[in-house]
Design a protein around this ligand. Sequence first.
Ligand code: SAH
Ligand code: SF4
Ligand code: F3S
Length: 466
Amino acid sequence: MTDQNSTGAVAGQSAPAAGGTRKVFVKTYGCQMNVYDSERMTDALSKDGYEPTTTLEDADLVLLNTCHIREKAAEKVYSQLGRLRDLKKARAKEGREFMIGVTGCVAQAEGGEILRRAPAVDLVIGPQTYHRLPEALKRAKQGERVVDTDYAIEDKFEHLPAPKKAQTRARGVTAFLTVQEGCDKFCTFCVVPYTRGSEVSRPLAQIVAEAERLVEAGVREITLLGQNVNAWHGEGEDGVERGLGALLTRLSQIDGLARIRYTTSHPRDMDDELIAAHRDLPKLMPYLHLPVQSGSDRILKAMNRRHTAAEYVALIERIRAVQPDLAISGDFIVGFPGETDADFEDTLELVRQVGYAQAFSFKYSVRPGTPGAEMDGQVPEGVKSERLERLQALLFEQQTAFAAGCVGKEIDLLLEKPGRMPGQLVGRSPWLHPVNIDANGSEIGDIVRARITGAGPNSLFAEAIG
Ligand code: SAH
Ligand code: SF4
Ligand code: F3S
């Protein structure tokens, strides 16, 4: 999982509602798992007559689905709540309902503290209890200020309603599907084990049923999600306990499903079966997000990543040996406590050895309650900024080189949405680049054969062939 979506995005679609229906505006911060959760909350509320809106002014209910991963992400929520408080006051004068809910990882981490800091908030719901959202909303409407941050024992996925076919279709031809939640790894910088709870895998049959439902509604590409997606395990149809490789194999048997991806993986959980899946499953896209965080063994140890830099590089080599076409993506943290110039140089060296097609890099952010926050040797902000700049320059160079290397290649392109120019569509390359192409009679959802003709800073250009 990558929190590349940190500017926030709106779930659902902008279908204009009939007069009188209530509307929910969901603002999503953080990673893809929050995007998925926002959709499922929207589905849960549709039973109560709520339609999604992308216009705040139309909303009767606002949900901020929040992220706690770095300080900035968490602080964003409070500034947004300040603006919503003003809107709530204005609505009260008109006598119109305006409910505010905080969900996601800040909700889990701060719980009732949010109600104290932001008196306009009506409900606070943690990620493991979204199936109880309609009930919580009912109580909030009766005047109770609700906080529900239990780690529910019942399976929330069993209780969350499936979207209507039309809703799935409106969301497009690609979809996220959470297969695993939570994390037991306890990297010393990270809040996720505290905000999402311990690692849980959804049962195979439940995942297959959801994937089949998505495909029936027109979805062509599914991205399996998990904080540690490759830690997924479950009983196969033969009753034997298997890993993510087996799940991918099962899903690739679904007719009509053209492409499968998964994110985010931990290097420790890349087993042989999963590596073999990259060789054996044509539907599995040649893209792997495999964060390493640092190239220094000393720092990796302090981070509790439980592998060395050399083990990571060797792992990448093993996967590339079975799938030479693979694009590698990564996450990096600079300025972890104790990181010296030499440690940072090791990170640059690892990056040079691997060659990344895509990457996300961050300055270490102190998270209260994590072991990293208590460590000696906190790195000054200025040093962090300098290192980040150098790392990002190198990663950008590699990204640009990878994209330039795509020019001239022939690919299958899944057309996803209208392009900026009339007659243009945007698709995704196997390596996840947005690709602009003239529609030429093709439609969204089609997979066309195309030749890549150019590479811009953020996207590729292609022409149809054959
Ligand atoms: N489970 C995934 C990552 C989840 S969080 C993994 O193990 O790789 C996404 C990314 O946010 C991380 O990979 C890390 O690079 C970054 N991140 C997490 N905590 C952070 C912190 N305290 N400061 C800066 N970046 C952080
Ligand atoms: Fe956080 Fe580490 Fe778990 Fe990833 S593996 S979610 S970085 S604790
Ligand atoms: Fe953020 Fe929670 Fe995802 S902290 S990155 S929204 S798991």
